[in-house]
Design a protein around this ligand. Sequence first.
Ligand code: HEM
Length: 450
Amino acid sequence: MNAVPPPGCPAHQPMYGPEFAADPAAFYERARATGPTTPVELAAGVRATLVTSYDAALHVLRSTETFSKDARRWNDLNDGTVPADSPVVPMMMYRPNALFSDGEDHRRLRAAITDSLARVEPNTLRGYVERSADTLIDRFAPTGKADLLGEYAQVLPLLVFNRLFGCPAEYGLKLVEGMSGVFDGVDAERANELLVTTLFELVTLKRKQPGPDVTSWLISHPAELTDEEMIHTLVVLMGAGTEPQQNLIANALRLLLSDDRFAGDLSGGSLPVEDALDEVLWTDPPMANYAVHYPKRDVMYEGALLKAGDPVVVSLAAANTDPALTNDQRAGNRAHLAWSAGPHNCPAQSEARLIASVAVEKLLDRLPDVELAIPVGQLEWRPGPFHRALAALPVTFPPTCAVGATVPEEPTGSRPQRPYGSAYDAPVAGPVPVRSRSGWVRLLAWWRGE
Ligand code: HEM
């Protein structure tokens, strides 16, 4: 067994908890002082090496002959040093999908994803986002206040996901219920079973009745994914397509509403949304630290020993803000690592960017006088080593009328039981109580029309 770092061990700086979440930049600065890589603790007793320099990040992400994505190599999980119920295990454990595969297996699983996403029409996607955004804004527009995280950024990607993946209403409800349990750790085993069973039902339905949706395109791809591969591919698509997506939307709204450089443009009517998205992708990337790799053998990198099977986590956030990068390298280009780099870079960059820019534009267009309800410095960030995620984004604005949008009809060709769920079709006016519950539970309540 490997030695578990004692709490507060200076050799493994803890990358979790409120202190880290409140000021990750200070953490990265301290980490850089030890060189391009530094030992960290991702959760109590979970050791890893964090890569903080831009050059070292690219080296790890691109050197497939040295670094593997296959989490079955993770020594500390295999020998029990890291308990199976550690909070970081669900994000790091092996699943049979593209994210955790190397070489030919990866190429096959990823081709199914990229080819299927390429069939998504940008205009269709834009329409899904616009109508989902209108439906959500209608709920809080007459009230003059909202939590743009819980009532907007968090729900919108789920609505869009369900449209893109052709989920009938009752499946959507069960998927949200399953995800809520898995994320919140409430009866997680039952919740995980519900998630997997529902995804299996969705795959079975789409095998029988394909439609113009990503699930059906994945199924019909020449890669011939098995049911198990389909389910775990849908899990990564759902996880990747919701959590980082919500953080990009919320972090961009925060920047636009708090930074004077954008304020003038907002009132002038020209919305510099693309600039704000670029800036967030450089300075507050939604996946701040991830791209976990495992050295295939012991390697020395710039004086540090990276042991075979010990996790190497790439700090996309620290690499982006590496002082060694000049402003010329940053300005006006998109060489940031928010989408990662190398063979595992995000295959949904254009879709994710489109969803975020339409979501932000729509909100600012409908509520042009929206303001933060509290000083920007008082906004809280969620703890956790991997994401850069606000806990809430409270705003106020002059109350306005709902425009009466409903979520769009099912695309022709896919065979829904009914057009989307009753909660979608229900009248949406009236205040939405802000509950002190987790996002997923709030979402579930919203979905049920509570
Ligand atoms: C703002 C939103 C998003 C951000 C910031 C983001 C970021 C990332 C990053 C950093 C990775 C690399 C992870 C790693 O190497 O371990 C990744 C991979 C991935 N992302 Fe995204 N993503 C976003 C949205 C999406 C969406 C909307 C989808 C799908 C609909 C998606 C699907 C995936 C998949 C399947 C992978 C794994 C690719 C592979 O291993 O080959 N992402 N994403």
